[in-house]
Design a protein. Structure first.
Length: 207
């Protein structure tokens, strides 16, 4: 876990360092500043990002991301830190401003629009790319679904208690943190009660 945290921190630092040195054509976004020096950023890709890029290619998460981008007719271009940006995604699922599969960050918007709305969204998505790497690729998807389920049970919201979203930064990803209310659990308990009560009521009526 410590190695995981250190790698995530290192990734965050690398993104920051790459972006701090340059000017923006997308406004004040740190990601935008990194984008405007794309050539330099790419040639200076650090060893950690190189390993992540190769790892996410071999573990098939990046190929899956490219396939999803192609299905959604998204336009692809190279992004910072070895990521691929796919914008103008046309499929309505998942309902998100942006989502990451392997090293591919996919958005229905243009990244200029997206980063204007959420200046730190790329730092958030960068952490997700690391999460695919550390989960060994496609195993991230069932683990993420479990995390969504857990968060929903605890708060009634898919992100607030989802460890993957919390590690990536809720605010940076455009999420508002919902309090722990066990809203999902309460809903589920009520449904189970209805289901178990129904047969006994039917039995009562038939007497
Ligand atoms: Zn996220």
């Amino acid at each position: 876990m410590a190695a995981w945290a250190a790698a995530v921190a290192a990734a965050g630092e690398a993104v920051q360092t790459a972006s701090m040195a340059s000017q923006s054509r997308f406004g004040r976004s740190r990601f935008g500043r990194a984008q405007s020096r794309l050539g330099r950023t790419r040639s200076r890709l650090g060893w950690a990002h190189r390993i992540r890029r190769v790892g996410n290619l071999i573990n098939l998460s990046t190929p899956l991301g490219l396939l999803i981008a192609a299905i959604g007719s998204a336009r692809r271009r190279p992004g910072p830190s070895g990521l691929t940006l796919a914008e103008g995604y046309r499929v309505r699922f998942p309902p998100a401003g942006a989502f990451t599969v392997g090293n591919v960050v996919i958005s229905p918007l243009t990244f200029a629009t997206l980063t204007a709305r959420q200046p730190e969204v790329m730092e958030h998505e960068d952490v997700h790319a690391w999460q695919y790497f550390w989960c060994g690729g496609l195993a991230f998807l069932p683990l993420y679904l479990l995390a969504v389920g857990w968060s929903w049970l605890r708060t009634g919201d898919p992100a607030s208690r989802n460890p993957f979203e919390r590690a990536a930064g809720l605010a940076r990803g455009g999420y508002r943190e919902a309090p722990v209310s066990n809203a999902g659990l309460a809903y589920l308990a009520a449904r189970i009660q209805t289901l178990t009560l129904k047969p006994s009521r039917l039995a009562e009526r038939s007497r």
